[in-house]
Design a protein. Structure first.
Length: 245
C-alpha cells in the first residue's frame, strides 16, 4: 500500500532556461532532498506548449508520509528567511531559471505505485498525459474508484499505462490528478481520437455524474527524470549548467 504523500508543482520558466532548470532540479536538488529529507524525485517534465502553458515544468516529489512532510516543512521554515540557509546558493541558482509557480499536495490511491516500484516495473513513456480533474465536493473517492475499475482497462486497450492516481489534499475532496505513460506518439493520437468518438464510451459514461471539468496536457520527461533513466538521479549525473543548451 502506498502511504506516501506528494508535492506537485507547476513551475513558470524564464525564457529559454527550461533545460537548465530541469537539470538543476534532478541532478543538483534530487540527491540533496533524498539524503537530507528522505524525499524522492517522482518526475520532472516539460509541458508541450501547444497543450498547455509555456514555458513550463511540472515537478512531482515523493515524501515519506505526512510526518515526513511535516518535518520537512518545519526544517524549511525554521529560519527567518523561511528557507534552509544551507541551500541559499541552490535557491539563488534556481531563481535564474524560474519566476514562480503553483504547488499542491497530493494523496495517492493505495494501489498507486511508488516511484521505486514504477522504476522496477520498467514503466516508461515517450509522452505522459497529465489530467487535472475537478469533481463535485466530496467526489474524489468515487472518481478514483472508477479510474481503477474502468479507466485503467479502457486506456490499456489504447496502449497507455497508469502511472499514478491522486486526490488533492487541503481542499474539499474536489480535485484529482491522473498521470498516464504513453509509449509512442501515435498512441497519443489514438487517445485523442478516442475522446472525440466513442472509443472511451464506458469511461465517459462512468464519470458523467462525477467529473465537472478536466484538462489534459502532454508532458515529456527530463533527461534525468527517474522514469526515463530507471533510477533516482545522483550526484555523478551533474554537469555544468552553462554547458546545457
Amino acid at each position: 500500500m502506498n502511504d506516501r504523500v506528494y508535492i506537485h508543482e507547476f513551475i513558470d520558466i524564464i525564457g529559454q532556461e527550461r533545460a537548465r532548470y530541469m537539470h538543476h532540479m534532478t541532478a543538483n536538488w534530487s540527491p540533496i532532498g533524498r539524503a537530507e529529507r528522505g524525499q524522492l524525485c517522482y518526475g520532472v517534465w516539460g509541458t508541450i506548449g501547444s497543450t498547455g502553458r509555456w514555458p513550463e515544468v511540472v515537478n512531482l516529489w515523493e515524501e515519506p508520509g505526512w510526518d515526513g512532510l511535516a518535518r520537512n516543512f518545519a526544517h524549511e521554515t525554521g529560519h527567518p528567511t523561511l528557507q534552509d540557509p544551507s541551500l541559499a546558493v541552490w535557491w539563488a541558482e534556481a531563481a535564474k531559471y524560474r519566476r514562480g509557480g503553483v504547488d499542491r499536495i497530493l494523496v495517492p490511491e493505495p494501489w498507486t505505485r511508488t516511484i521505486e516500484e514504477l522504476c522496477a516495473d520498467g514503466v516508461r513513456g515517450t509522452f505522459y498525459a497529465h489530467e487535472l480533474v475537478h469533481v463535485k465536493p466530496g467526489g474524489a473517492s468515487a472518481y478514483l474508484e472508477a479510474v481503477g475499475e474502468v479507466a485503467v482497462p479502457e486506456h490499456a486497450a489504447l496502449g497507455l499505462e497508469l502511472v499514478g492516481a491522486f486526490r488533492t489534499a487541503l481542499r474539499n475532496d474536489s480535485e484529482c490528478l491522473l498521470l498516464w505513460a504513453i509509449p509512442e506518439a501515435r498512441q497519443w493520437a489514438d487517445l485523442e481520437r478516442a475522446w472525440q468518438s466513442d472509443g472511451l464510451s464506458r469511461w465517459r459514461a462512468a464519470i458523467a455524474g462525477l467529473a465537472l471539468d478536466w484538462q489534459r496536457i502532454l508532458l515529456v520527461d527530463a533527461p534525468l527524470s527517474p522514469l526515463r533513466i530507471g533510477r533516482q538521479p545522483k550526484e555523478s549525473d551533474r554537469q555544468p549548467l552553462d554547458e546545457i543548451p
